[in-house]
Design a binder for this molecule. Structure first.
Ligand code: C2E
Ligand code: CA
Ligand code: CA
Ligand code: CA
Length: 269
């Protein structure tokens, strides 16, 4: 970048320019994709100690006409930066609630919960509570079977407002899960105040739980913490029987990961 007088920056770096135009192309594509309903949900099972399916986590996918199937890591960050996460998040909520309502009609799946990931911008929006309740009402889904996954950093931003929103939704039956737990900076006194139902042990601690004593200690500490706060605890990213067995032996009774199933479309579950 070369300075051209005061407060004016002109970019001559071709690599930066290419990156910027790729970003704006992607932004335009996301916008169009939302209009054209190119986003869909895959679902990954959450199982209990007996291996019984208790529910699923909804994970967004983008079926782009040229790019093919795009994973959320490639578009969620930009969607968050551009505000497009708001309309996208609403589509995600609607799709998840519609699927939940369908599952609740079938004997094998009628008690499943569906967990939906919500990003900071969506949660901070003044209409967040209304949006969730609208999606539930329009779909006919049971609020008690909907879980919302939030992250620690998102909750740290405006704690009082966040707590008020969580309370309003919990009164209607909606559950709350703290995602990627252990990777943020929550203090214990803060955690105690949050109206949560569940902690999810981040997969970065599960991966080497059998070989890295620090990861094992963190995973076990999270389980103990959840128990003492009266919360459910789910281990994410469980890929091997050894990991499952270790976690189970240390008090974790719910699991999610490739060992039990990858995220797939609803009809392939
Ligand atoms: P997350 O919420 O932590 O979701 C778990 C991620 O781990 C998913 O990646 C899932 O496919 C992957 N995973 C599950 N089991 C295993 C395993 O055994 N091993 C490994 N290595 N990975 C496993 P995915 O679907 O690519 O999603 C990435 C992230 O994108 C999510 O992380 C979440 O933060 C975000 N995301 C996904 N869907 C949505 C959405 O609808 N809205 C928002 N705001 N964010 C979403
Ligand atoms: Ca999640
Ligand atoms: Ca997670
Ligand atoms: Ca994550």
């Amino acid at each position: 970048a070369k300075a051209q007088g005061r407060n004016t920056l002109c970019f001559f770096d071709p690599a930066m320019q290419a990156a910027a135009s790729a970003r704006s192309a992607l932004e335009g594509d996301i916008r169009l994709g939302i209009e054209r309903n190119e986003f869909l949900l895959h679902y990954q099972p959450v199982v209990n100690a007996a291996g019984h399916r208790m529910g699923v986590e909804a994970l967004v996918r983008w079926h782009h006409p040229q790019r093919g199937m795009v994973s959320p890591g490639e578009f969620i960050p930009l969607a968050e930066q551009t505000g497009l996460i708001l309309p996208l998040g609403q589509q995600v909520l609607r799709m998840a609630c519609t699927q939940l309502a369908q599952w609740s009609q079938q004997p094998d799946t009628c008690d499943w919960t569906v967990a939906v990931n919500v990003s900071a911008q969506e949660f901070r929006h003044p209409d967040f509570v209304k949006r969730v309740l609208d999606a539930l009402r329009e779909s006919g889904a049971n609020a008690h079977q909907l879980k919302i996954e939030l992250t620690e950093s998102l909750l740290l931003q405006d704690v009082e407002d966040g707590i008020a929103k969580m309370r309003a939704l919990r009164e209607q039956g909606v559950g709350f899960s703290l995602d990627d737990f252990g990777t943020g900076y929550s203090s214990l006194s803060y955690l105690k105040r949050l109206p949560l139902d569940q902690l999810k042990i981040d997969q970065s601690f599960v991966r080497d739980v059998l070989t890295d004593p620090n990861d094992a200690a963190i995973a076990c500490t999270i389980v103990t913490l959840a128990q003492s706060l009266g919360l459910d605890v789910v281990a994410e990213g469980v890929e091997t029987e050894g990991q499952r067995e270790f976690l189970l032996r240390n008090g974790c009774h719910q699991f999610q990961g490739y060992l039990f199933g990858r995220p797939v479309p609803a009809d392939q579950l």
